[in-house]
Ligand binder design. Structure first.
Ligand code: FES
Ligand SMILES: [Fe+2]
Length: 277
């Protein structure tokens, strides 16, 4: 089912007393491809933007856009619809539309996109237009800061040249013990080396969309990604949350001491199976 809102790609289809309270123009240091990917990615809202969205549950998504419930009892929702070089997001509470935000995108370079965001709110007293416009600009500046950081990091990971090697020498064991935790790259993944009763590797790049994995504080055998909240078991590689995820951690390479030198050794293909990158 596509958008619920009739004539979703026209301004003010519900004929509200809508006021344009302000706009935001800025340059995003990311390609338009990354920006569209981010716009259609509803899943990051309560994680990357956790200070702005506390609940988000998918109702429907497609090439037209997406609709999410923004309250657990399904009394409010947000619907985003795509229209060529722009998109519109409307929020509804109790079935009534509250806001309408139009965003126009323009690619200006391979890694830069200009955005122009227009904020429309319903039933705004004249004396509140400018303060509400300022609040919306502040809120959307924060949201776009968070999105831009995510898009740039994802692009950096996509661009990184990582040739595949069989072995990587990490260095003398005695020296490494003083450098822990040590971060290094090996075969398209970044790892953190640490030592408990044995050498331990923790993967740092999320197999979902290349976000930065972090160890879960009260569950050290788990890593979690702040972009969409996916949680993985480090030992099995399994994605623990969400259950619908189709990705898993790639099996870890071997760590081996040889003549007091520590090596990381790629697993042979037959040990890798069909896991995601
Ligand atoms: S990039 Fe989506 S959960 Fe990690
Ligand atoms: Fe976002």
């Amino acid at each position: 089912m596509p958008a619920l809102q009739n004539q979703s790609l026209t301004l003010n289809p519900n004929e509200l007393t809508l006021t344009r309270v302000g706009q935001l123009e800025r340059r995003i240091e990311a390609s338009i491809e990354r920006v569209w990917e981010n716009v259609l990615d509803w899943e990051h809202l309560p994680y990357l933007h956790e200070t702005s969205f506390d609940y988000c549950e998918l109702d429907e998504a497609g090439s037209w856009g997406w609709r999410v419930w923004s309250s657990p009892e399904h009394s409010s929702h947000i619907e985003l619809c795509v229209d060529q070089d722009q998109y519109v997001a409307r929020s509804y509470a109790g079935g009534l539309q509250r806001s309408e935000i139009w965003t126009r995108l323009k690619a200006v370079a391979s890694h830069a996109t200009d955005i122009e965001v227009s904020f429309y709110l319903s039933d705004v007293p004249a004396e509140k237009v400018s303060s509400l416009g300022e609040s919306m600009r502040r809120l959307y500046s924060i949201l776009w800061d968070e999105d831009e950081a995510m898009m740039r990091e994802r692009q950096r990971q996509l661009d990184a040249h990582r040739s595949r090697t069989q072995r990587l020498e990490l260095g003398p064991v005695a020296q490494l013990r003083n450098q822990l935790p040590l971060t290094f790259e090996f075969n398209r993944q970044t790892y953190e080396l640490s030592m408990t009763s044995h050498w331990t590797l923790t993967p740092k790049i999320c197999p979902h969309l290349l976000g930065p994995l972090q160890t879960v504080e009260d569950a050290p055998n788990e890593v979690r990604c702040p972009w969409h909240g996916y949680r993985f078991d480090k030992t099995s590689g399994e994605c623990l949350e969400p259950e619908t995820a189709r990705c898993r951690l790639r099996p870890l390479p071997h760590v081996r001491e040889e003549n007091d030198v520590l090596w990381v050794i790629a697993r042979p293909d037959h040990e890798l199976g069909a896991s995601a990158p």
